[in-house]
Design a protein around this ligand. Structure first.
Ligand SMILES: [Fe+2]
Ligand SMILES: [Fe+2]
Length: 135
């Protein structure tokens, strides 16, 4: 079973941001599957690098849009991103020093659990401010 499954419950109503979330979820599941099938850690490391780049680029995109729309809770939201960026950076550094399935698994499991909560709770709050399909 996939580690994290995107459903309409995760829809924030901004196409680009929804597309980012779907892409990030799918990279997480791809790595999870690679672990389950015993893939070479070098191959996993390449996907992991893409996942981290995509996640950081997504946070930036989201923050730019929140600023553009004068989202009132911008500071607290950006602080949540900053915290996970720091956690990911330190784990990813450890991984780069010594790539291992244990650390890559820890990274995707941590990011997956964090994202599920962050998208459903924190991202969802900007929906009325940023959504293209306000109803
Ligand atoms: Fe966010
Ligand atoms: Fe997000």
């Amino acid at each position: 079973m996939a580690l994290i499954v995107w459903t309409n419950d995760f829809q924030v109503g901004v196409d680009k941001l929804d597309a980012d979330h779907i892409m990030i979820f799918s990279l997480i599941n791809h790595i999870d599957e690679a672990h389950l099938t015993g893939s070479d850690e070098k191959a996993i490391g390449r996907i992991l690098q893409v996942l981290i780049e995509r996640a950081f680029a997504h946070f930036q995109r989201e923050e730019m849009l929140m600023k553009k729309h004068d989202y009132p809770d911008f500071e607290a939201h950006a602080a949540e991103h900053q915290k996970i960026i720091e956690e990911l950076e330190s784990l990813y550094e450890a991984y780069q020093d010594k790539p291992s399935a244990d650390v890559s698994r820890e990274i995707v499991e941590m990011l997956s659990a964090w994202l599920e909560e962050h998208v459903l709770e924190t991202d969802m709050r900007y929906r009325p401010y940023l959504s293209e399909n306000r109803s």
